[in-house]
Design a protein around this ligand. Structure first.
Ligand code: SD4
Length: 332
């Protein structure tokens, strides 16, 4: 059975094991026979993340190299950007909503398909860690607003003011015109979405953001919605999204990418197809917004694609931590 068949066979269940330079996956097929899948040339562990976030991927790789699992790696990696006050789209220092409140969305998903999320979380920097606590310490998947904040405090998270002087100043400038319009993001840093495969071949992912700058109070994007901003299936691969969350939610983007990989598409082909679903809608307004996807499959192949230029992925594998410019749809 070759690798493609392995990915295509939705009935397979199994685990991957990194052996030297190859991944051996033991799985059971529908006739309950044990099959051994040799996946050539995969080099584990590996980490990918949206945008230019080398410090975050370096932190995740440090966890993985020390034998840590992919779940710890993505959480620790995302925390680097949440704590970075200069990043104005995530965690502390995130740009506020139009009323001046910084509200965070985050989620996390593990190799078993367990997941946790927080939406409209205020005053807690490490939203991704609160999401993990929701996953591990509650019978729920998602907590919102004040309930999420009180839960975080009960778990020992310290409340703090997330609106930095720089973000307050940017908000004050925005208020002069107060235009409510999504802006195509061509910055080199944004929402962080991260996927990792650990030495055992297991995949986890996380996503954390302050969402659209100057959004309506109460607005929640794709980033904390399992299947939209993030999806992981440990048999197949994972995907995370960035950009205008409303458009990602409408196409359940990350789930779509993983399902396309299940059907045999490479991560690159799957990301391209998911973008084509958005831009080829009748009357799509895609010229006015950005969406980007990154994906990894069980084989350790990666892909990224966006509607517009300037999206990038950071990838750490084989000792190389590099920023890779994404290919994109709108070339005219
Ligand atoms: C959202 N997807 O809240 C996030 C924001 C983002 O690039 O990724 N911006 O819609």
């Amino acid at each position: 059975m070759n690798r493609r068949k392995f990915i295509k066979n939705a009935s397979l269940t199994g685990v991957g094991l990194a052996v030297g330079n190859s991944l051996v996956s033991c799985a059971e097929n529908s006739s309950d026979k044990k099959v051994i899948v040799n996946i050539d040339k995969v080099s584990l562990p590996l980490v990918i993340a949206t945008w230019h976030v080398k410090e975050a991927t370096a932190k995740a790789m440090e966890v993985l190299e020390a034998g840590g699992n992919a779940l710890d790696a993505v959480e620790q990696g995302c925390r680097v950007e949440e704590a970075n006050e200069k990043g104005q789209s995530v965690g502390k220092g995130g740009l506020p909503d139009r009323d001046g409140n910084v509200t965070l969305d985050a989620c996390i998903m593990d190799k078993h398909g367990n997941c946790g999320a927080v939406v409209y979380l205020q005053n807690i920097t490490h939203a991704v860690s609160v999401a993990r606590k929701v996953m591990e310490d509650t019978p729920h998947v998602m907590l919102a607003g004040e309930g999420a904040k009180q839960f975080a405090i009960s778990k020992g998270f310290e409340p703090e003011d997330l609106l930095t002087e720089a973000s307050k100043e940017a908000w004050n400038k925005w208020k002069v015109e107060a235009k409510y319009k999504p802006i195509i993001n061509i910055e080199n840093h944004d929402t962080i979405g991260m996927l990792a495969i650990d030495k055992n071949g297991d995949i986890s992912g996380a996503c954390t953001t302050s969402g659209l700058a100057y959004k309506m109070g109460g607005r929640v994007g794709d980033s904390p919605i399992i299947g939209s901003g993030l999806f992981v299936d440990n048999e197949i691969g994972g995907c995370v999204a960035t950009g205008l969350g409303e458009e990602v939610v409408k196409t359940v983007g990350s789930f779509l990418v993983v399902e396309l990989m299940r059907q045999g598409k490479s991560p690159q082909e799957a990301c391209e197809e998911a973008i084509s679903r958005i831009v080829n809608k009748p009357n799509s307004d895609y010229k006015n917004f950005q969406v980007g996807y990154i994906a990894v499959n069980k084989k350790g192949e990666t892909g990224s694609y966006s509607i517009h230029q300037w999206f990038s992925m950071t990838k750490f594998q084989n000792g190389i931590n590099e920023q890779i410019q994404s290919d994109y749809f709108n070339k005219v």
